[in-house]
Write a protein that binds this ligand. Sequence first.
Ligand SMILES: [Zn+2]
Length: 296
Amino acid sequence: MAIVVGGGGACFALTAYTPQTAADHTHLLLENPYVMPTASGDQNGVIGYSRGWSSPRIPSHDLYGYRITDLESPYDKTTIVMISGNHNGEHSGNWALQGMMDFLAGEEPWAVQLRRYADFFIYPLVNPDGRFLGAGRGNPELTAAGLGSDHNRVWNRSGLSTIDTFTTAMKKDTGGAVDYFFDFHSTFFHANHYIVTVPELGDSPYLRELAAIAPDVEVVFSDGTPGMARLWSMSANGLHVEYAYTTEQHMLWEAADYLALGRTYGIALHNTLIPEPASMFLWLLCVPLLASKARA
Ligand SMILES: [Zn+2]
């Protein structure tokens, strides 16, 4: 299914990332030996259920979470939480996150190393009722609770099916101490991708590494508001995160392009986290591989 969205006089067509897309991709990934349910989930990665609604009719959706890491690794790991789907029409954010997950679960040398040094906790669609609805940035449960119409302004609140489930799961799954938090969104009014973070993180290692391989991705500083997932993750009541970023993908590409962008985000993370000697070893490993590819 393709969606056509008009905004600011522009028109976008992109394969929709539906609640079913998230469910199907989660089921597929869980067959991978490096992907597993989190402590708060069942064997299918279901950590809870959304409220759903009667009018407009919205079915209750499974809420998913899963973990990607190499359990055999002897190294201390960086803990990373990633989410997407706060906002209803922002499909490119979900496609980019899916691309990053496919990369992390795959066999490219960067991913193999990254899984040894990092523990990823992924919650791929945090507002499935809103995504099912299509338009807007919230869902009926949010509005009925008197909490407005934006699912990314209520992460510091309680009493909502999705927010309660995800904030509780993230704390339980990670033990409450998280190093990095990424929230994948989309922008309808900007021709370039950009990453939002607080001004203090403007010179943070991840942004330096990303700029080195993806200079077209801009950086935007915003102190944000406390109810944003990014700011909640950094708070004492949240996940105590040191590095938190919101990625904003434009809506001008096809799904495959966003999957590739997700891989680039993953390689930048590898370059940020892997100690120099391991990177050097990887480089030495890659030289014969590249040479044999060139001969092929
Ligand atoms: Zn958004």
